[in-house]
Design a protein around this ligand. Structure first.
Ligand code: ATP
Length: 301
């Protein structure tokens, strides 16, 4: 059973400032988190005992998710579920959990992605973003997803809207509200209560609510497409109910402008109708790395 006991934070160490977003449970704020750093640990052993009690403080900017449904135990459980999931991960391209305040009002404190949502960032900087940078974002996300794959985690909502930007050269996967742990061979059948991201979903997810690492791979193919399209959403003007017929007729998202043929070929493999024919994330990561290298060599010629 998951525990976040050592993640409990003292609310007095956190000061909220501007509201930066709206989540399904409540508003998201930027905040500052002040925490003690032991001066002792930074002092060389022969530096005398003077600094033993010398506590220094560090301040970092954080993102704080709040929950408006504080009185409803079922809602607060669902809200905190994301924190339980995030605490298991430690990866440079996955938003880190810093801690929680589990007493009302409940807060989830996370690493702040200073530049916000990827889709908005892509749209705002479309004329400045180089091709190499977009490829780099895809590669970084593939390392995060390969890590999740190794931990037997299925995310179930891989899409550009769930990627945040830390720096102009660093993106991170966020939003673990839908992810579920699965054992090696099994898969998770979703409850049909949440609105499903049909246009990102694999045929088996649409038809049978079957979510596996292979269906995450399909979704990542769509996410790569969104990145190369600079934040355009897939299947614009198509009704959700029409998507499965198109996919079953062999239709797929079109080649984005300036997309290296090798990358489109990789995306197309992610969209193999048969889940077993799709590459795994380890393979995708390796292929993206090669494409990145190839691209940088071509650019320097
Ligand atoms: P939904 O399920 O509808 O996506 P949610 O409850 O999962 O909502 P998030 O999407 O995680 O909420 O957060 C809402 C918004 O707050 C994000 O779209 C983003 O703009 C902002 N936000 C969330 N987490 C962070 C973060 N760590 N750094 C910067 N901004 C963040």
């Amino acid at each position: 059973t998951p525990t976040v006991r050592n993640y409990e934070l003292d609310r007095s160490q956190i000061v909220l400032s501007a509201k930066i977003g709206v989540g399904q449970f409540g508003d998201v704020y930027v905040g500052s988190y002040t925490f003690p750093v032991s001066a002792k640990s930074k002092t060389k052993a022969n530096d005398s005992a003077l600094s033993n009690s010398d506590t220094k403080y560090d301040v970092i900017q954080v993102a704080v998710k709040t929950c408006k449904a504080n009185e409803d135990p079922e809602k607060t459980e669902n809200f905190l579920a994301e924190a339980y999931i995030m605490q298991k991960f430690d990866h440079p391209h996955i938003i880190r959990l810093i801690g929680i305040c589990s007493i009302m009002p409940i807060w989830i404190v996370m690493e702040l992605a200073k530049l916000g949502e990827l889709r908005a960032y892509l749209k705002a900087n479309s004329d400045r973003l180089s091709h190499a940078t977009l490829l780099k974002y895809c590669y970084q996300l593939s390392t995060a997803l390969s890590y999740l794959e190794s931990k037997k985690f299925v995310h179930r909502d891989i899409a550009a809207r769930n990627v945040l930007v830390s720096t102009p050269t660093c993106v991170k996967l966020a939003d673990f509200g839908l992810s579920r742990w699965v054992s090696d061979q099994s898969y998770y059948h979703s409850t049909p209560t949440v609105a499903l991201p049909i246009k990102w979903m694999s045929p088996e997810s649409i038809n049978f609510r079957r979510f596996t690492t292979a269906s995450d791979v399909w979704m990542f193919g769509v996410c790569i497409w969104e990145i190369l399209m600079l934040g355009v959403k897939p299947f614009q003007g198509v009704k959700n109910s029409e998507v499965i017929t198109k996919l079953e007729n062999g239709e797929r998202l079109p080649l984005p402008p300036n997309c290296p043929p090798r990358l489109y070929s990789l995306m197309s493999q992610c969209w193999a109708y048969e889940p077993l024919k799709r590459p795994n994330f380890k393979r995708i990561k390796e292929t993206l790395y090669e494409i990145l290298l190839e691209d940088s060599m071509n650019a320097s010629e």
